[in-house]
Design a protein around this ligand. Sequence first.
Ligand code: NIG
Ligand code: FE
Length: 390
Amino acid sequence: MTSTVVRRVSELTTNDPQLGDGTPMGRLYDAALVIEHGRVAWVGPDRDAPAADEMLDAEDAAVIPGFVDSHTHLVFAGDRGDEFEARMNGVRYDAGGITRTVEATRAATRDELTRDARRRARQLRDGGVTTLEVKSGYELTVEGERRQLAVAGELTAERTWLGAHVVPAEFRHDRDAYVALVVGEMLDACAPLARWADVFCDRNAFSVDEARAILGAARAKGLGLRLHANQLAHGGAITLAVELDAASVDHLTYLEDQDLDLLAAASTVATLLPGADFCTRSPYAPARRLLDAGATVALATDCNPGSSYVTSMSFVIALAVREMFMSPDEALWSATRGGAKALRRNDVGHLGIGARADFVVLDAPRALHLAYRPGTNLARRVYQASLEVA
Ligand code: NIG
Ligand code: FE
């Protein structure tokens, strides 16, 4: 067995309130941590650090848990830069471009999809992401959705089937037939390859009743549930998410007071995607109202070619702090432990004893620098369990 001690950590964020300063950030200064079997075995002051087989010198830099990006659409082909350009000239985002990505993705080979998804995953990891969720949703056929999940399977165990992204063009005049395909043959084919089911429940996508039917069928197949909700307009998706005890309800750009109360009382995590609000020039989701009401908030990139071609969690943190009025610590927690809760994971997103040793040595003395120095990749070294990946 090889043990590693990480020494000379100027600021260690564990996200374990039982460690360090007793805050939710579980913070220690001039600290060290020991890793055994890919798990955190000891955390404490550097002066008390035990001996280990190997030593990693953090050189007075901050260490944080690896980011948990709990919402991405990494498997796609094609480019929609022209839509971004049009938006910056005043055109409103309405999710209509999804069908263009569906067309391009269907036309791509599996090797092309894998190569490009890997590149995006690599960019995320280089920036400190050590746990990644990836959705399907850009082929919208039985075989295509399976193919997308198979590609996602080369990147992560956190795979989400999003067959109900939009109604594809060939079913435009018979949406009931598409929903029947989704809850029938497509679900049967995709469930073995996925851990989660998601539905885009919004204007121009699926109704609350359609989403209830699709998610109910998915749950019966053993899938966990998540929802895209209130990105384009206010609707009933949050009520549905809470009713179904979904792990997460994502976007939440348009929220009303009763939604806050529902989320505050639920175990469903409110996942905010400020990259999408930024890239679609939408209002920012009301993070402050959610936090003040007591909801659990996660932050994720939503990396996709239409609404958020973002592969940097530190950019997301900077937006959440500057534009959504989250404190730097709230944003860091939401990008790590919050993301883990959105995936119902307790082994990642923190560095408490027994956690997976997924961590990032920053090129900075404090984690605060993630928001303080936007636009810079501050991930100096990224460790995923015992494996150094960057
Ligand atoms: O999360 N909202 C739906 N799905 C994606 C956008 C997809 C696209 O525009 O291609 C999202 O923003
Ligand atoms: Fe999304």
